[in-house]
Design a protein around this ligand. Structure first.
Ligand code: ADP
Ligand code: MG
Ligand code: MG
Length: 883
């Protein structure tokens, strides 16, 4: 087996589409080499080796070592040097790289191959002792941290002491001899911590680093990141070993990162940061404030520090060529990493850049206009779930605001919440439903869970490409970074600025679009759904086959849904209309009635309420179909629970409290979700459904007279298991319709159908379709009844199931396509067999989940229905499903 793939010198064994095997970084290093870009030579050890290594007790395939030796020899030939050679040492970096980019998750080791001998070779070769020992101390620190588990702070401390003793302020004040002395102290520290010396053998160094990268696949940070981003543990990471180039070789050297377009707004501007005389992660780590790449960006930022365009015009021009070439080649916005060694440009990484939802839309649309991609591709590229970011509020421009600080607009969106200073606490408070703003000096990969839990992130250090900024944009969290005026005190959990001190729990608002930090909760407004959003959605609408409806019953929900593009109501839950303070009395009277007469009297009082609700709903949805589910929940849900409440009710109704208690007791059920509910209520108390049918049909008649537009009500009967149930209830509804016809002389169009939410109904769908004109899959109940899991009680064990991999995801969130899905498929097939034109839809929570929507497309449903805020997501997901 080929375990090792080489790249460099304008050629490579691999290509960009081998990312499964080579990881994203390795595949793109190969691709850049093939494109003839300047990439330091190196090789990639495949993800298959990672899987084998982790499965076989951390041992490697037998033939790996030979292939690595050969690949090292190739680098030596290309670069001209020897690995471990004391005169002309070859130094390498060891870099991780999984299939999906996992920023900052895995640690990179730079300058590997240095030891007490080779450092002298490096000095002689570069003629720069300071550089040689600076590189060596960086290597010891990184290697010790990543591979040997000796943490950074040990080394930071030694550096601080040395600076203090010499009265230095900056790292750049240290001279060669200082770094040399520090190297001695670092090595002593490692020996003290580990009881053995820092490895001097370069082969030991190399294999130690390779093993550490593979093992890091299972560290906690990586596991958390994978869980949040649905990345399977089975993918593994690749390891890239690559000849070092040095951005820390003096003032004509530099290191930087760039995006080919603005990742916050999507604007077509070359965007990035760099640092002179620096190495590796210095830019992202926020240690020094980085400089702008372009002159324009520098002027916009009002910065005095010269841009790359100004101080390295030649290299800058080359970099511009490279980015244009990369974007044209990949046809997507790229996130690139580069190093300049003594005036020569080297490319170290390229990948599709993370971006905000807003930027993703703009970039996709611009690229269509530029002819780089077509509309289908543009629609495919937008992650439906990310639209959420655009549907959420921004600051009301008219709102009062007290700005206390300003930072960089690192990730757009506005957020208010109480400030907290550590990630565990952010997570805990968010778990209690609190809104929090995570405040950190800077963030690191250890903060991922806190950033995820927070509504927004605020840091006092770090640039636009800092960890906080990149991760926040990826997660769609608002972020203000580098608000330098903030004085953050972790110990006392306070934030001071302009002479004021704020404590943990104080409320602030941040605006990640402007960089402002404000005191208190500032008013927000809903976003406009026009412009780029509207354009992309119109493309999606052209592509999709399935309709998208909303689950809505209140006028507000219905209006929101229509604004978001809903093409009707897929589920109106009538019971939500019963809880109103005025109506609940009549509802309770109806439930407590002992005779049909009494019940009819109570229902007669409810009729006008129901009718006016439907009139309002039909007006909002004029011209569109509206599916109304008749009463579904068990009646006891409407009754008071405590003795006091029962006494109060008895008094209000003028009834005997004892009798009332008795009736409540009678209605009590051990397993109400499988009890007297749904169509079973209609069978026992047909007058309830008759009243509802009358309210619906009269409302339809009224609205079509008023607007001249027809509303076609679809009357839906819940929890049907047998054809006979439906047949009986359909007969009652028809009788009501006929009566209204006799009363008014008007013909009203309507459909009668059922929910498919019991396995028996799915299996007997062929028979049920003789009566039903439509099916709506109630996948919440269908999941509950298929698994035999109560969705109201599953919280206590579902997590165990997901964690142990018994369920891949929560089946109430994403449809179980194998099991529940098979029932849906069977019901759809059998239903269509009986009734060719039967209308099919889904109205469970799954109707707004992109993976489930894809499944619905494959089954050939006519529409999906979801909550109003998910309508745009469903429209896009339905389009992607159709492609
Ligand atoms: P990450 O996956 O966290 O981005 P990388 O493997 O890209 O980690 O390494 C981080 C940084 O280290 C790079 O951006 C680059 O600046 C530096 N680096 C990695 N390999 C080399 C190399 N061979 N020569 C010079 N710098 C390197
Ligand atoms: Mg990188
Ligand atoms: Mg149901």
């Amino acid at each position: 087996t080929k375990w090792v793939y080489s790249f460099g010198d304008g050629k490579a064994d691999g290509t960009a589409d081998m990312r499964n095997l080579l990881g994203g970084k390795g595949a793109n290093l190969a691709e850049m080499s093939n494109l003839g870009l300047p990439v330091p030579s190196g090789f990639t050890i495949t993800t298959e080796v990672c899987t084998a290594y982790l499965e076989n007790n951390e041992t490697y395939p037998d033939t790996l070592a030979g292939q690595v030796d050969a690949a090292i020899a190739e680098i030596e030939d290309s670069v001209g040097g020897g690995f471990g050679n004391p005169e002309k040492p070859l130094l390498v970096s060891v870099r991780s790289g999984a299939r999906a980019s996992m920023p900052g998750m895995m640690d990179t080791v730079l300058n590997l191959g240095l030891n007490d001998e080779t450092v002298k070779g490096l000095e002689a070769q570069s003629g720069d002792k300071r550089f040689a020992y600076d590189s060596y101390r960086r290597f010891i620190q990184m290697y010790s941290d990543v591979v040997l588990g000796v943490e950074h702070y040990h080394f930071e401390e030694l550096l601080e002491i040395l600076k203090e003793e010499n009265g230095y302020h900056l790292d750049t004040d240290l001279v060669a001899e200082d770094w040399e002395r520090l190297v001695g102290q670092y090595k002593a520290k490692v020996e003290e911590e580990l009881g053995r010396p820092f490895p001097q053998d370069v082969q030991d160094q190399l294999w130690g680093a390779i093993g550490a990268v593979f093992s890091s696949w299972t560290n906690q940070r990586a596991i958390t990141y994978r869980r949040l981003h649905d990345i399977p543990a089975s993918w593994g990471t690749a390891v890239n070993v690559q000849a070092m180039v040095f951005g820390n070789m003096g003032d004509d050297s530099a290191t930087g990162v760039a995006f080919t377009r603005d990742p916050s707004t999507g604007q077509k501007i070359f965007y990035g940061e760099f640092l002179v005389n620096a190495q590796g992660e210095d830019v992202v780590a926020g240690i020094r404030t980085p400089q702008n790449l372009t002159k324009q960006a520098r002027l916009d930022a009002g910065s005095e520090m010269p841009s790359m365009e100004e101080i390295f015009p030649d290299v800058f021009a080359q970099l511009v060529e490279v980015y244009k070439k990369l974007e044209a080649h990949y046809r997507d916005m790229q996130d690139i990493e580069f190093t300049v060694q003594q005036g020569k440009l080297w490319m170290l990484q390229t990948r599709s850049g993370k971006r905000t939802a807003k930027a993703a839309l703009k970039i996709a649309i611009d690229m269509v206009n530029e002819g780089l991609i077509d509309k289908n591709e543009a629609v495919k590229r937008i992650d439906p779930a990310s639209l959420d970011q655009l549907l959420h509020p921004t600051l009301d421009p008219a709102a009062e605001r007290e700005v206390i600080a300003r930072g960089l607009p690192a990730s757009p969106g506005a957020a208010s919440g109480q400030i907290v200073f550590n990630s565990d606490e952010a997570e805990a408070l968010a778990g209690e439903g609190k809104s929090v703003i995570l405040v950190r000096i800077e963030t690191s990969p250890e903060d991922i869970h806190g950033m995820h839990a927070a509504k927004g992130i605020l840091t006092s250090r770090g640039g636009m490409t800092s960890h906080a900024a990149v991760v926040a944009r990826g997660m769609g969290r608002a972020c203000v970074s580098g608000a330098g005026a903030l004085n953050i005190d972790y110990k006392n959990e306070t934030l001071s600025v302009l002479g004021e001190t704020y404590n943990k729990g104080d409320i602030v608002t941040i605006d990640g679009g402007s960089g402002e930090v404000m005191l208190g909760a500032v008013d927000m407004i809903m976003p406009e759904l026009s412009g780029e959003f509207g354009e992309l959605m119109s493309w999606a609408d052209e592509i999709r086959r399935m309709k998208v409806r909303a689950n809505a019953e209140t006028p507000l929900d219905a209006e929101t849904a229509r604004k978001f593009g809903a093409e009707g109501v897929g589920l109106c839950r009538t019971e939500h209309m019963f809880f109103d303070a005025e109506r609940i009395v009549s509802v309770r009277q109806m439930i407590l009635a002992e005779t049909t007469e009494e019940r009819r009297a109570a229902l007669a009082k409810l009729l006008p309420y129901q009718r006016s609700d439907f009139v309002e709903l039909f007006r909002i949805m004029a011209g569109l179909p509206v599916t109304i589910r008749l009463l579904d929940p068990p009646l006891h849900e409407f009754l008071p629970k405590t003795d006091e409440e029962i006494d109060e009710l008895a008094e209000a109704l003028g009834a005997d409290p004892g009798k009332l208690r008795h009736r409540a007791l009678q209605l009590h059920e051990f397993n109400p979700m499988l009890g007297h509910r749904g169509c079973r209520l209609g069978i026992s108390f047909p007058e309830i459904y008759e009243m509802q049918a009358r309210a619906i049909l009269e409302a339809a008649a009224e609205v079509s007279k008023e607007l001249g537009e027809t509303v076609i009500p679809e009357i839906m009967i819940p929890l049907v298991a047998t054809r006979r149930e439906l047949e009986i209830l359909k007969g009652k509804i028809k009788a009501v319709a006929d009566a209204i016809h006799d009363e008014t002389g008007k013909e009203i169009e309507y459909l009668i159908g059922t929910m498919i939410e019991l396995p028996r109904a799915a299996l007997r769908a062929g028979d049920i379709a003789r009566e039903a004109e439509f099916f709506s899959f109630g996948t919440n109940d269908l999941t509950q009844t298929t698994y035999g899991i109560s969705r109201d009680d599953s919280g206590s064990f579902l997590e165990d199931y997901v964690n142990q991999g018994i369920y891949e995801t929560d089946p109430f969130v994403s449809l179980d396509q194998e099991g529940v899905g098979e029932l849906v498929q069977i019901a759809a097939d059998r239903g269509r067999e009986t009734r060719e034109d039967i209308k099919l839809g889904i109205c469970g929570e799954h109707g707004g989940d992109p993976a489930s929507i894809d499944f619905c497309e494959r089954v050939g449903l006519d529409y999906v229905s979801c909550s109003p805020y998910r309508v745009p997501i469903a429209r896009l997901a339905a389009a992607q499903a159709a492609l």
